[in-house]
Write a protein that binds this ligand. Structure first.
Ligand code: MG
Length: 398
């Protein structure tokens, strides 16, 4: 019989005082430090929310900040709905007290929990998935670990008292996953018997077996001012490619005159369209949207909206480019093809290229325009309509 999947929540700890780092960063506690425009704890929240097994999140903040932070978290969810339930609570004196407070916020139907330090903003969905899978497979406790590369020695005073066997050692990361009831029980025992620990596994391993999964070097903990510099270095530029495709039917004398790439193409050909029917700019706009996961042109500029009747597609593209900029992508290249039997486009190619360069703010070597026929085959061959495809390359800093 298949085991029922666990109802797993994450507890994101942002309750530390982080004095060392706060001093170095001008008084900002590390959990509130911003990286790419949002605080560290929100980066973890995003990653947790991408794992389908995670049903909700509890954020734990210092008691004096909890009220204000609850407001801020609500605003974050308003502008970026992560699709999970959430709660905010006050932390305690020690890390373990904060976890215990977080556990009390979990709903009764929750039976799996992942405890995470917000100081590890680069935790991957792969790690979280691995923990959720292990809990679903029956593990009572599971933690991500990485091999230790330094030789570790025990020191008493200034003197080495022992050298530990490196191959037996692992460095432990968060999140750490547990059966909820077991973790609650461990915290109750810790309180009764005065255990003082630095992570949750240290409690649970006294009561049950704790399994391991591979952690990741990239899942670093931000603890010192040097780590701050590393946050900045962590930025990498990643190319993103968007692809667009559009078709328009040729029309009668009351339809729109043919425009391609914002350039009127003289002649009697007309286009059936709600907007100005610029098939090339429509494909290009969809390709731009594709570079940042922006959906499609129909969603942004519906052809049922009278506002866009006869709309100048150059303006629709301009609005879309503003969205791309907001999303942090920079368009660096466009390759465009119009497929049609008529009219012959080579006389207009230079002007179309030039105008698309202007619209995208790119140089001539960054925009390529070409036209082709389909050898009299299909609807373009039968001169019933025209189509265009566009591939756009953009760079995104991550
Ligand atoms: Mg169209």
């Amino acid at each position: 019989m298949d085991r029922p999947l666990k109802n797993t929540w994450g507890i994101i700890l942002a309750a530390g005082s982080g004095t060392r780092l706060a001093e170095a960063s001008g008084g900002v506690r590390k959990q509130y430090l911003k990286y790419r425009g949002v605080p560290l704890f929100w980066h973890s929240a995003r990653t947790f929310s991408r794992v389908s097994g995670v049903k909700g999140l509890v954020f734990v903040f210092p008691p004096e900040d909890a009220k204000a932070m609850a407001k801020q978290v609500r605003q974050f969810f308003r502008s970026e709905d992560l699709g999970v339930k959430w709660a905010v609570c006050e932390g305690g004196e020690r890390r373990q007290d904060s976890v215990f407070n977080g556990l009390r916020e979990l709903p009764t139907k929750c039976d799996g929990v992942l405890v995470h330090d917000s100081a590890r903003p680069f935790v991957s969905a792969r790690i979280i998935n691995g923990l959720v899978d292990a809990l679903n497979a029956g593990a009572q406790g599971v933690i991500p670990v990485i091999p230790v590369t330094d030789t570790i020695k025990k020191v008493e005073g200034d003197t080495v008292s022992a050298t530990l066997t490196r191959s037996e050692l692992r460095a432990v990361q968060t999140p750490q996953g547990f059966e909820k009831d077991l973790l609650v029980q461990a915290h109750e025992r810790a309180e009764q018997e005065g255990w003082d620990v630095t992570d949750d596994a240290s409690m649970v391993e006294r009561l049950a077996e704790v399994a391991t999964i591979p952690g990741e070097q990239a899942n670093i903990k931000i603890t010192t001012p040097e780590d701050l510099a590393r946050l900045e270095e962590a930025k990498v530029t990643v190319p993103c490619v968007g692809w667009g495709y559009d078709v328009h039917r040729f029309g009668g004398e009351n339809d729109r005159p043919l425009v391609l790439g914002g350039v009127p193409v003289p002649g009697s050909l007309t286009i059936v369209a709600h907007s100005d029917g610029d098939v090339l700019l429509h494909a290009l706009t969809d390709a731009v949207l594709g570079t940042f996961g922006g959906g499609d042109i129909g969603t942004h500029f519906p052809d049922t909206d009278p506002k866009f009747s006869g709309a100048n597609s150059s303006l629709l593209l301009k609005e879309t480019l503003a969205l791309a900029e907001e999303a942090g992508v920079r368009i660096v290249h466009a390759d465009l093809t119009v497929i049609t039997q008529i009219p012959k486009l080579s006389p207009h190619a230079a002007q179309i290229t030039k105008n698309v360069c202007r619209l995208l703010g790119l140089d001539a070597h960054q925009v390529n325009f070409k036209a082709t026929t389909e050898e009299k085959l299909g609807f373009t061959g039968e001169k019933k309509g025209i189509k265009a495809v566009a591939t756009v390359t953009a760079l995104r800093e991550m």
